[in-house]
Design a protein around this ligand. Sequence first.
Ligand SMILES: *Cc1c(COP(=O)(O)O)cnc(C)c1O
Length: 416
Amino acid sequence: MEGFEYQDNRLHAESVPLELIAEEHGTPCFVYSAAAMERQVEGLRTAFSGQSYRICYAVKANGNLAVLQYLARLGCAFDLVSGGELARVQAAGGDLSQSVFSGVGKTSEEIRQALDAGIGAFHVESPSELERISRIAQKEGKVAPVSLRINPAIEVNTHPHIATGFRGSKFGVPWDEALDTYRIANRLGGLEIRGVACHIGSQLVDAEPIVAAARQLVDLADRLREEGIDLEYVDVGGGLGICYHDEKPPALEPYAEGLREVIGDRPLSLVIEPGRYVMGNAGILLTRVEYIKHTAGGRFVVVDAAMTELMRPALYGAWHAIMPVTKMEGRERRNCDVVGPVCETTDCLGRSRRLSVEEGELLAVFSCGAYAASMGSSYNARPPVAEVMVDGDRHDLVRCRGEVDQLYAGERIREG
Ligand SMILES: *Cc1c(COP(=O)(O)O)cnc(C)c1O
């Protein structure tokens, strides 16, 4: 895996041995590779070169400030879905004027916050939201840039929990109401129409549905132009899949080429919103084996990481590779379940794995750069874990391990 390789049987993040990171920062701990992040962004850059495009990295995949800062330096803008994510992008020095604000439930407070911050565009999901943004913008004496997120009603081949573009999903303006909703946007005061967006699902292993959705959006843009509504961009969302196990992620060339063809010579630029593709394989979760125990269910390797750091296996039955940090020669590999300490049967990071590992040793759970730390919870009163970013032989702590008393700092014992 780019960024994480064995050297003399010891797993490294770039040039730094993971044993050293565990020693310095403890476990569990997320480790990110700057080189792996850069490689992904560069891949997109190369595929889209010569085209007018913008990368708006989806903050929800991993919103660590150092990650956002690094991606901003690589030229990315951001796709954000809450006031909290907006504050993160601001704190990391990201360019909000090139960024977009997505999501089905923006509150009035969040709309004001984004207007004040000079957001590039609101990606609006309903006529009610258009009216609310229009009202707030006029009250503040501002013009809000808006695009509509359209649901192109496309079925995709992915886990049902991460498909978003099928007919009847909560996301987007239904396809057959798109034109009317643009007409509403065009009538309302305080709004300026910028573009059109969609996002049809995540972990897509085939780019064809994304290109098909883009074709629908471009058709819509053509119809709108006939009515005198000119769009600047078409945003095809994120969704590019990665390899967790044996998936074949879509090649970038046909994806970029397909989108180029669909846009043709129209004066439309392209926006993409990759999250998982940029970060998924740029991070691992480093964990230590606490106990090995046997029950009628077999051999259990109990580690110090849990569903509180990596929810995906419990949430979608996701598969993550798990490897020993130090490979021991000549030791037998045995079948086991790798489980965390949390009081849920679904707190299992890997089922039926063949591993040779003993108590006290370190394991690396791969593909934990996206939708791991950002989905973390403090269930069982577990504070957030440390995060480290490696860049060549440099490694920096980019999030301190949380303290338990921070978890209940806002709670109050009742008087009397
Ligand atoms: C989640 C999301 C993304 C990122 O999806 P990935 O599958 O991680 O690329 C992009 N855009 C929107 C609107 C999203 O909700």
